[in-house]
Design a protein around this ligand. Structure first.
Ligand code: ZN
Length: 417
């Protein structure tokens, strides 16, 4: 196909893209993809991708940059959720804006090197930390816009109705440009009261909502029904997400199916956070420890937008973390005991297209007219990307390279020279 080559900035040749993994060339101009076709005839600078898999940038729908990398300030004893909240609350009193910025920068740079190009970061707001964390993350959003689209979700980790002054800070953060408003009903003295207040703030500022929800494995009660009810009542279907929902791993099959239909009908999306859920759930059991990870891949079958995300990095909630979403997808597949190629492909969807849908991201995906945002992986198909933890070789954002990670080489000893 002939094209005005003077209009092209670059051509990436022999890229394997899309669900059917056909090999095509990607022509870039003005930071956008302007043509996707085999053997584009044009004389622009080019690179041969040699049949490697190209995916749109990874999308991390749930991350906490503000409290990452604080293990040196905490002590881990029993590894419970209550301990994690208490330890972080204590450490948070020493946070400064500069400190949050530096730790967040370190974590964000790791995520960029792993191919993450869109991220929703939750930021704690309460009368102790005030807006220090929020302001630091706003600076990160601005300073790293060349590599990642950062979306800021402010939320009350330590409760809302039990913590006077917090709601005013959430409102001030929305006035200062917070993108999303979040909640954490399980730490509130009045969980349903908090859910109602968060919906009210979201209505007032026209924001999407993202709750930390149902974060234990006691199947006797759930806040999910109330979130679905409020979503329906306020007409906010498609703009509400819930994270963890580990109770879904503990309910019987018939109730799971009914809940999946409820979520799909209400338009409530689900994020699973396997590293945190595996680390914190089932404490107190000395054998047959439950996995405590919601079976998100089964929710997809009912039309629920589901994502797999990082959550925490190197803190009492999750003392691990390389910020690789591909590793999270692999971990999830292993824990969920799924391994057929189509299932592994759905795990890749849960760190790319599905979180993009959850976040209502615009212009996402490798398509003509969209920003030239993509990551080249050192593999030839979508299932092996997850199964083999394919290495991200380089990333392109708005037509410009944001990182390179050349493949390692064996230095074989040459005998007889
Ligand atoms: Zn979280």
């Amino acid at each position: 196909m002939a094209l005005d080559h003077t209009a092209l900035d670059y051509i990436f040749r022999n890229a394997r893209v899309g669900g059917n993994e056909e090999i095509v060339d990607l022509a870039i101009a003005g930071g956008r993809i302007v043509l996707i076709a085999a053997n584009i005839a044009a004389d622009a600078p080019e690179e041969d991708i040699a049949g490697k898999l190209v995916v749109p940038g990874f999308v991390d729908s749930h991350m906490h940059l503000d409290k990452s990398c604080i293990l040196d300030r905490c002590n881990l004893y029993d590894g419970t959720l209550a301990e994690a909240i208490m330890q972080v609350a204590a450490a948070k009193r020493g946070f400064t804006e500069e400190d949050v910025y530096e730790r967040g920068r370190h974590t964000l740079e790791k995520a960029i090197l792993q191919g993450t190009m869109r991220m929703r970061t939750h930021v704690e707001v309460d009368p102790r930390i005030g807006l220090k964390g929020f302001k630091a993350v706003q600076r990160l959003k601005r300073d790293f816009a060349w590599a990642v689209d950062l979306e800021i979700c402010v939320f009350p980790q330590e409760g809302l109705l039990n913590d006077p002054g917090t709601e005013e800070l959430l409102i001030e953060a929305c006035e200062r440009g917070a993108d999303v408003v979040g909640g954490c009903p399980y730490t509130d003295s009045d969980p349903h009261g908090q859910i109602a207040r968060i919906f009210a703030i979201a209505q007032r500022f026209d924001r999407d909502i993202d709750f930390h929800l149902d974060f234990d494995i006691d199947p006797s009660w759930m806040d999910l029904d109330e979130v679905c009810r409020q979503t329906h009542a306020t007409g906010r279907g498609g703009r509400v997400a819930v994270g963890h929902v580990t109770k879904l791993s503990a309910i019987p099959s018939d109730r799971f199916v009914a809940t999946a239909r409820r979520l799909a009908d209400a338009g409530v999306a689900v994020t699973v956070l396997p590293a945190t859920d595996l680390y914190l759930m089932g404490r107190g059991r000395d054998r047959d420890v439950p996995r405590g990870v919601a079976p998100a891949h089964r929710l997809i079958d009912y039309g629920v937008a589901c994502s797999i995300a990082t959550n925490n990095v190197l803190n009492p909630f999750t003392p691990f973390g390389d910020c690789s979403l591909l590793r999270m997808a692999n971990l999830y597949a292993n824990v969920a005991q799924i391994g057929r190629p189509a299932e592994l492909e759905s795990c890749l969807d849960m760190v790319t297209t599905l979180p993009a849908r959850l976040m209502n991201a615009r212009n996402y995906g490798i398509a003509v007219g969209n920003p030239a945002d993509f990551v080249v992986l050192d593999c030839a198909n979508r299932a092996s990307a997850v199964a083999e933890l394919a290495r991200p070789l380089f990333g392109v954002k708005n037509g410009r390279r944001t990182f390179v990670c050349p493949p390692p080489r064996l230095l074989r000893e040459v005998v007889g020279r």
